[in-house]
Design a protein around this ligand. Structure first.
Ligand code: NDP
Ligand code: MG
Length: 387
């Protein structure tokens, strides 16, 4: 039987690569539902090609165009956030790939878990915001959360066959982004055009800015805590500019296992689809005659304060990571509108962390309220225009 997959965010960087994986294995996988936010034309193209059971466009203004364009096909067409949350519950779906960006991923992920669907998790913000709640739900419903983020997929692959062997350390590699070698002085004036140019990966705008500011790595530390049940002091970040080693695990006998390969997100996506099996792929192979220089550096949290803020949020726990995520979404959007400087982003995040009340054991409703409050506070700070 073919695995029925719902792709939330099929028009994005991860979503389109997931469709390439499905296209390469029509005997194994089928796109059951595709969803997008705004890119209606691409969604129409994808629907005509992959013939899913249903499509959802979150922006309701685009619904008439989508319905009209697919009216000759037996594809169900829906619009709005509520429809997105409901589509994941459809009985035939085996696996939901959460490939949308930001906090918006939280509610559909919760619904998918409650409906008993396996989760292939790209949307790391969901675990950043509410890792404890998601883990508890996944345990309660016996749902696997399969990592798609390349670092976490690497760790997950290193852990295969190690059941019962305690992990001493998870070592996440970081490319260091486009500003790895910049001085603090140079970082003051970098532009969004420079930040959007990642040396090794082609990704959506938000995560590309997060990579340049190292917030992405901070979020990945939080993601690792929830996915692998390790303490923050067991998670180390190592800058490895070539992005060949995707991450590592150190065991209690001192052995370190690593997963290596070309930087290509289709592999972790495919592994989440095929787990625990591996299936053949046409992806480019690593050629060791061309990769003769693998280097490692310590991350610099003075220049990249976001990484320190993320560890601090993890230490304070409760709703603090949710506050950081909300503030970060606001500053990244502002940076992309040229309304805040690169270093100003960390300033606003740090101040927002101080201004929103800490809740030690938040409920879902607390997360919703925290997210709204932190966005308001961050926006106020950005509006003062001093950053
Ligand atoms: P993109 O910006 O390329 O794509 C985001 C997708 O989500 C698009 O389909 C977009 O729709 C949709 N979307 C945006 N906002 C909403 C919303 N409010 N509600 C529902 N859908 C929405 O992002 P990426 O593919 O790069 O990243 C997706 C997630 O995967 C992020 O959480 C990111 O951190 C994570 N990730 C990405 C990696 C990568 O290589 N790209 C690597 C590791 C993790 P539309 O385009 O139609 O507006
Ligand atoms: Mg990553």
């Amino acid at each position: 039987m073919k695995k029925q997959i719902a792709i939330l965010g099929s028009t994005g960087s991860i979503g389109t690569q997931a469709l390439q994986v499905i296209e390469e294995h029509p005997d194994l996988y089928e796109a059951y539902a595709l969803t997008a936010h705004n890119k209606v034309d691409l969604l129409i193209q994808q629907a005509r090609k992959f013939m899913p059971e249903a499509v959802v466009i979150v922006n309701e203004e685009k619904y008439p165009r989508l319905r009209e364009a697919l009216s000759d096909l037996p594809i169900k067409v829906y619009a709005g956030e509520e429809a997105l949350c409901q589509i994941v519950e459809s009985a035939p779906i085996h696996l939901v790939l959460t490939a949308m960006v930001g906090y918006a991923g939280l509610r559909p992920t919760i619904n998918a878990i409650r409906a008993g669907k396996a989760i292939a998790l790209a949307n790391k913000e969901t675990l950043v915001v509410a890792g404890e709640l998601i883990n508890n739900l996944a345990n309660q419903y016996h749902i696997p959360i399969l990592p798609v983020d390349s670092e976490h997929s690497a760790v997950f692959q290193c852990l295969a066959g190690e059941m019962g062997n305690p992990v001493e350390k998870v070592i996440l590699t970081a490319s260091g982004g486009p500003f790895r070698a910049y001085t603090l002085e140079q970082l003051r004036t970098v532009t969004k055009e420079q930040a959007l140019h990642h040396p090794n990966w082609s990704m959506g705008a938000k995560i590309t800015i997060d990579s340049a500011s190292m917030m992405n790595k901070g979020f990945e530390v939080m993601e690792a805590k929830w996915l692998f049940g390790v303490r923050p002091d067991q998670i180390e970040v190592v800058v490895h500019p070539q992005s060949v080693i995707h991450s590592m695990v150190q065991f209690q006998d001192s052995a370190i296992k690593a997963q290596l390969g070309m930087p290509d997100m289709r592999l972790p996506i495919q592994y989440a689809f095929s787990y625990p099996d591996r299936v053949k792929s046409s992806f480019e192979r690593l050629d060791f005659s061309k990769c003769t220089n693998l280097t490692f550096e310590q991350p610099d949290t003075k220049r990249f304060r976001n990484l320190a803020l993320a560890y601090e949020a993890l230490r304070q726990a409760g709703n603090m990571p949710c506050i950081v995520n909300a503030a970060n979404e606001m500053v990244v959007a502002a940076f992309l509108r040229d309304e805040i400087s690169f270093l100003g982003m960390s300033e606003v995040i740090e101040q927002t962390m101080r201004k929103v009340g800490h809740i030690r054991i938040p409920t879902y409703e607390d997360y919703v309220a925290t997210d709204a409050e932190a966005r308001r506070k961050a926006l106020e700070l950005i509006g003062r225009n001093r950053y």
